[in-house]
Design a protein around this ligand. Sequence first.
Ligand code: F0G
Length: 458
Amino acid sequence: MKNIIEPFKIKSVEPIYFNTLEQRKEILNTAHYNLFLIKAKDVLIDLLTDSGTSAMSSHQWAGIMQGDESYAGSSSFFRFEKTIQQITGFPIVMPTHQGRASEKILFSIIGGKGKYILSNTLFDTTRANIEFTGAEGVDFICEEGKNPSIIAPFKGNIHIENLKDFIHEKGAENIPLCIITVTNNSGGGQPVSMKNIQDTSVICKKHQIPLFIDACRFAENAYFIKTREPGYETKSINDIAQEMFSYADGCTMSAKKDAFANIGGFLAMKDPVLALSCRNLLVITEGFPTYGGLAGRDLEAIAIGLNEVMDENYLHYRIKSIEYLANKLIAAGVPIMQPAGGHAVYLNAKEFLSHIPITEYPGQALATALYIEGGIRSVEIGSLMFGKYNKANELIPAQMELVRLAIPRRVYTQSHIDYVAEIIIELYQKRHLVIGLEITEEASMLRHFTAKLKPIKN
Ligand code: F0G
């Protein structure tokens, strides 16, 4: 098979600053073993997130110059609105400054004590916004999605039977919303099948529970449907996306992912009554409904990005380049979440560092070791991010201990990825030298952003 080439040429470049192993040890120490506290210039390859880190196209940059910065009725808003209406079919579109602002608005209105929000897996900001209202977020991931080594096409699917049982147990009146995350970021970037979205929609409709889609990576999910789900091989990505959204009543989206924008998001829906309450909150927290926390130029960049991301040459390259990294690691025996996700490769830290107990955060130990070894910044998606404490102050661990290598869109070339694979494989060969960590300071919510840790030395 021929090499799959990057479907773009590079017009503008950004330097990478090199540092040494000794310098990185010092930097990590100063940052209390928390990679969020490291300066970006001290990172060689930044795989912390694919969010807001995309390289925009020349077309998007040209769009930036056409941004209409009018306070009300900006023409950039109407281009933004029309694009989103075309893809999602939702008539009401509200711009927000990023995904979590859409979540904050939506859950402030429908959340509250005694309520349950159901999902395949909620992303951390989504869960935090739900919990902030007093409501509870509950995940129903399918069985295969819980096991990093099972190979299955749609490991992001909702567990339909468990979802039904829960609705019967708690009563639909206590469930104001079900939200499907595509692709399932916290569960390994795994896709959700069209059939699963449709089945969830049937249950939700039966119980009059609105179904929303967390659409951050809708195009990557659509590409997986096209290549993995029978019947979709010849459909366009736009058609598939339209069908995905047709089963839902609304969506939240962070445009920092599949819209190639550096900032932005939106909330879209069908229900004019819910929209009225949302818009009231939008005005006091984000801005006037035709800009909602964004500049006109951002609205342009997002509108253009949303169409660019549905290009199949791009999506083919995108999904295959993630698979390329995954295959190199698998060939060297490195334990990863299989199959590769849409935006990231997830290392299985529980197996990679099987000598480190969960209470010593093997995921964070692995992420920090990768930084020391090669200046690679990744993110722990495990018990540091999702762990809680029981009444006896013992750790209730997360379902999985993963380290995410999120690949920014259109930013790194194949040789960067080859380097990443080299470093991980080298570290795997001397994994027994990596030691566990303990937390010395933490916040009560989203603790992974600011927690301070230190190595446990015997
Ligand atoms: N939903 C999902 C599935 C996400 O991945 C994110 C962000 C959000 C919502 C919130 O969007 O950042 O624009 O407020 N994920 C980033 C990440 C931060 O690194 O995965 P936001």
